[in-house]
Write a protein that binds this ligand. Structure first.
Ligand code: SF4
Length: 443
């Protein structure tokens, strides 16, 4: 069977698609690049915002057309939306042959075979499934995504994830170290540890600080990152591990969500603004120059102008390097869904635009501070915009572009910053021509 996988949503989903690809390939199925060449298409979906679901429903319309030309085509929906809208999706029997939730991927080949005969649903959440023993089929590159934890126990009132991905489960440390070693052997130079609240990872006696130290010791891995930690789980032990492990990068994506204690309580985020600021202060004291990015939701039910102003104030106080900024989107099944929406779409839009403008100004300021300094860049390849340029990330996760000096992907290059925008640092390589590279690992 030839299968086309299409992925929507967060990095966890990208990693899940790699997991599914591994499962399918081991079962002798072939992954193809175009839906037209496939016997089965699977959309790996996201349910976090209404928009994401709408896009997938639109895409199913496209596949309905493809199915007219090829009635044997199997169309499947996987992931969070499959779990969330399972009842509704199963009504679309004319288009849809398979609905599979995030805990059903182990049986995917069998489900696909059955779906060739009749519509199939596998949407049972499984408290024990971690897929720890299954090797993903990683897309080539310098960065390997390693899922260390599945599900979430935090139950933020606006979030559908605990209902779509189930309860929190951590993968065993030896499985994770094995995955990272195999990734290093295949040429990956950076690992990103993934989990909904990644720093609450715990297995047996080991906690996330131990996992960071284990990742730091994997031969061939030059950089370790993680996303997304929960502020309430950012313990002194984790901060100390970050500070003392040379390969753990000085960047944290720390979701604040709101600067108002009243709203944070309504969201059930389990920390106050003061506690968040304390974590930021600890990070900055332990890791000089640490970059901090965040997530914010504006327009949560009951958010007043004063609450919103508190968010702006907190945003300025931390001086975030960058942020993912969103309008609140009510999701069925969540506790916040039952709250009356008090902020109009127009007002949400105004708040979001203002916050984006603030972020752009702060990012430009932060990036200007890099002018004239030398950064270490993990080269990822040619720039998409300009073939004569290379691009990569600095240790602080800033995108850096510089003239192609022949550095292969996977090399650490020394680059002097000669220009900056809010989004990108522009540099010139200090390794060319003829200079010794910082590290050469042969791509
Ligand atoms: S921590 Fe909150 S926002 Fe993040 S996945 Fe869990 S419930 Fe959702």
């Amino acid at each position: 069977m030839r299968v086309f996988l299409e992925t929507y949503g967060c990095q966890m989903n990208v990693a899940d698609s790699e997991l599914m690809a591994g499962v399918l390939q081991r079962a002798g199925m072939e992954l193809v690049e175009r839906p037209e060449d496939a016997d089965a298409v699977i959309l790996n979906t996201c349910a976090i915002r209404e928009n994401a679901e709408r896009r997938v429903l639109g895409r199913l319309g496209d596949y309905a057309h493809l199915k007219l030309a090829n009635p044997a085509l199997i169309v499947g929906v996987a992931g969070c939306m499959a779990q969330h809208l399972r009842g509704k999706l199963l009504e679309r029997k004319r288009v849809l042959d398979l609905v599979v939730g995030p805990d059903g991927y182990r049986a995917l080949p069998e489900l696909l075979r059955r779906a060739a005969g009749e519509p199939v649903a596998a949407v049972r959440l499984d408290r024990d499934e971690t897929y720890g023993d299954l090797e993903p089929r990683r897309e080539p590159g310098v960065r390997a995504w390693v899922t260390v934890q599945r599900g979430c126990d935090k139950f933020c009132t606006y979030c559908v994830v605990p209902f779509t991905r189930g309860r929190e489960r951590s993968l065993p440390l030896p499985d994770l170290v094995g995955q990272m070693e195999r990734a290093a052997a295949r040429g990956f130079r950076e690992v990103v540890l993934l989990g909904q609240t990644v720093n609450s990872w715990r297995h047996g006696e080991s906690d996330f600080a131990d996992l960071l130290r284990a990742a730091n010791d994997v031969d061939g891995i030059l950089r370790v990152r993680f996303t997304s930690p929960h502020p309430a789980d950012m313990t002194p032990r984790v901060i100390e591990a970050m500070a003392t492990c040379e390969r753990v990068m000085p960047h944290v994506h720390l979701p604040l969500q709101s600067g108002s204690d009243r709203v944070l309580e309504g969201m059930h985020r389990t920390y106050t603004r003061a506690q968040f600021m304390d974590v930021v202060a600890q990070l900055r004291a332990a890791i000089p120059g640490v970059a901090i990015s965040t997530d914010i939701i504006v327009g949560f039910p009951g958010e007043t102008e004063a609450d919103y102003q508190a968010t702006l104030e907190a945003y300025r106080e931390v001086h975030f390097d960058s942020g993912f900024l969103f309008k609140y989107s009510a999701r069925p099944d969540t506790r916040a869904f039952r709250l009356p929406e008090t902020v109009s779409e127009e007002e949400k839009g105004r708040r979001l635009t203002e916050l984006i403008d603030l972020q752009m100004a702060l990012s430009a300021e932060v990036n200007d501070r890099w002018l004239g300094r030398t950064v270490e860049v993990l080269v990822e390849g040619g720039s998409r915009r300009d073939g004569a340029q290379l691009h990569g990330k600095s240790r602080e996760f800033k995108t850096v572009v510089f003239a192609d000096d022949g550095s292969p992907a996977g090399r650490l290059a020394r680059v002097r910053v000669v220009g900056a925008t809010a989004i990108t640092l522009i540099g010139e390589s200090l390794d060319a021509p003829g200079a010794q590279p910082l590290v050469s690992i042969g791509g």
